[in-house]
Design a protein. Structure first.
Length: 367
């Protein structure tokens, strides 16, 4: 009875940070530990929000030893079990990461075949894109692929609408790749579109902003916070591209309810895993009508994908983007030698055929 009297009022504080019955019930499995949420990550050091406020934390040796991969480690937005409720006696120790209801992940930068969690337990992902010369449908497709795969709901946000002279044309172009995701154009100059963004934010709901550096993520978050909590920089005038301002992931409590996760800009977004059936639903529906189930959409008779391209129903650029992402995902989990062999097989059919091709090329040049 004492546990029930203490547990409910303490966790009413954490409900502002997105605590739900799902996590609350799982937390009862760990006697002697306390529930907290990861709010910041700085390499091996974390900040968490617990029952009595914020404190620093690090993972236990056992959690590190039992980690199968990087996804076993806490990420911003994770609910975790810690050994104390205040930092008076030192940093808290994270002993367990609770099951995630959603996870935004990518292939870790500069590494091969390592999946990296960007943020966890998100309800809505705002995919941000500048309405300038850096506007790129192919990049939007990449972000939408990992957003749909995360189990969160993606929303496309087009920033700096006040500087765009062809807004209607760009939104029309987006309609061919958005695949059911809402599209919002906004401007920080006149607050155009901000009401539509607020409509996707609710009490206890967690949102995240992703996009390249300088697209305006920090500016939007500052507006939602009602004050400047994140640094902002103007885009470079020579190429319309952004500069890094956010250097680490952090979770912030919004004054009107809701939680926001800011992430560093990611221009090079390598996909580790992904389900293309949502972000490329149109292509997969067309491909299902091909004469042959194993159609490669090349020169086969009865290929409905090639017909759709020839008829103008599907753009060649979008289909090439689909094929490129398919190849990236198919390389998932391969080591460097397997990856090399897979690429050789795609180019030549086999390593033996590659050697034959190179031999023919060498013989021809020696004549």
């Amino acid at each position: 009875m004492l546990f029930e009297r203490i547990w409910k009022p303490l966790n009413s504080y954490l409900k502002k940070y997105g605590l739900t019955e799902f996590f609350e019930q799982e937390a009862t499995l760990y006697n002697g530990l306390f529930l907290a949420r990861i709010t910041e990550q700085h390499r091996d050091l974390y900040k968490v929000i617990g029952e009595q406020g914020e404190l620093n934390a690090s993972i236990s040796g056992k959690l590190a030893f039992n980690a199968d991969n990087q996804l076993s480690y806490p990420a911003v937005g994770d609910w975790v079990m810690i050994d104390r409720i205040d930092g008076a006696t030192g940093n808290a120790i994270i002993h367990h990461v609770l099951r995630r209801k959603s996870m935004l992940a990518r292939q870790a930068a500069g590494t091969a075949n390592v999946e990296q969690a960007i943020a966890a337990n998100i309800d809505t992902i705002f995919v941000c894109m500048l309405l300038n010369s850096d506007f790129n449908l192919r990049r939007i497709e990449r972000y939408l692929t990992i957003a749909w795969d995360s189990m969160a709901t993606p929303v496309i946000v087009l920033t700096k609408a006040d500087l765009c002279e062809d807004l209607q044309q760009k939104t029309n172009e987006l309609s061919s790749v958005s695949m059911g995701a809402d599209v919002i154009a906004c401007s920080s100059e006149n607050e155009y579109g901000y009401q539509a963004i607020n409509a996707h934010i609710g009490q206890g709901k967690t949102i995240a902003f992703v996009g390249s550096s300088g697209v305006g993520k920090s500016t939007i978050i500052n507006h939602l916070m009602g004050r400047d909590v994140l640094a902002t920089k103007k885009i470079r005038e020579d190429d319309d591209k952004g500069r890094h301002t956010t250097t680490y992931r952090q979770l912030l409590l919004l004054p009107d309810g809701g939680i926001v996760i800011d992430t560093p800009g990611m221009r090079e977004l390598q996909i580790y895993t992904g389900n293309l059936s949502k972000s490329f639903e149109d292509i997969e529906e067309i491909a299902a009508k091909c004469k042959y189930s194993d159609c490669s959409h090349g020169a086969e008779p009865g290929c409905m994908v090639r017909k759709a391209i020839e008829d103008g129903q599907l753009s060649e650029e979008r289909f090439k983007s689909y094929q490129k992402l398919q190849r990236e995902i198919s390389y998932d989990g391969l080591n460097s030698r397997q990856l090399e062999n897979e690429k050789i097989n795609r180019m030549f059919g086999s390593k033996a055929e590659m050697k034959q091709t190179l031999k023919r090329f060498k013989d021809r040049n020696s004549r």
